[in-house]
Design a protein around this ligand. Structure first.
Ligand code: CA
Length: 234
């Protein structure tokens, strides 16, 4: 198997070098950029397998880099993991809505970062299976054609919106969805709804999931995530 290539866009030299040292040890090939402009150029010319993107960057801020990455064909689908400072929750939300795949908050443990990178690379590799009409995720099963969800094999009765929320979370493969993204996917971007509306649907959905309620994880200050591991026995 060939080495996966990571591009790190980060202006703090200490952090950049530390990341490189550790990720090379994990058998990744590492490309580096110390500002947003160089980072964007390298991303487009080198086409890395995954990009680690700091948000506070000189020349071109991280969120602008992300916007351009998503608009450029070679990098439109490249997984992007945001490296964020504490207290930048609103930037994380914007980042996720611009198409970032995941984030870690500094200071982060290297083992956490490596696990997130590997999870993202695996997720990308298996994204061809997205179109399945029947999903089985731990104790939860979703029959897309019949608009029917099951917990431990028993059908549960969901409203259309609850079903769409469950489906949106279940098919995002462990990625955090912000409330706005859930509104887009489950209710429609034009609808007049608030964050609170989504929370009400989520509460009701969790109640109906019963013993499997923990598959929907609240990510404080950001949104929600599906975590099938919380129900898997194996
Ligand atoms: Ca920075």
């Amino acid at each position: 198997m060939s080495k996966k290539r990571l591009l790190i866009i980060e202006d703090e030299v200490d952090v950049l070098d530390m990341l490189e040292l550790r990720l090379v040890k994990e058998r990744f090939e590492v490309l580096k950029a110390a500002n947003g402009e160089t980072g964007l150029q390298k991303a487009v010319s080198e086409e890395p397998d995954l990009i680690l993107l700091d948000l506070m960057l000189p020349l071109l801020p991280g969120l602008d880099v992300l916007k351009s990455l998503r608009a450029n064909l070679p990098t439109a689908n490249t997984p992007v993991l945001i490296l964020s400072a504490r207290g930048e929750e609103s930037d994380i939300i914007v980042g996720l809505e611009l198409g970032a795949d995941d984030y870690v908050v500094k200071p982060f443990g290297m083992s956490v970062l490596v696990a997130r990178i590997n999870a993202l690379l695996r997720r990308t590799a298996s994204s061809e299976e997205d179109a399945a009409n029947f999903l089985r995720l731990g104790a939860v099963e979703i029959d897309v054609d019949r608009f029917q969800a099951f917990v431990d094999g028993s059908p549960i009765t969901l409203t259309k919106t609850e079903f769409r929320i469950l489906y949106a979370l279940a098919t995002s493969k462990g990625r955090v969805l912000t409330r706005n993204q859930l509104i887009d996917k489950a209710i429609g971007a034009d609808a007049m709804v608030t964050d609170r509306t989504i929370d009400v649907h989520l509460t009701s959905l969790r109640t109906k999931l019963g013993t499997a309620r923990d598959v929907i994880e609240t990510v404080r200050g950001i949104g929600y995530r599906f975590n099938a591991r919380s129900t898997q026995q194996n």
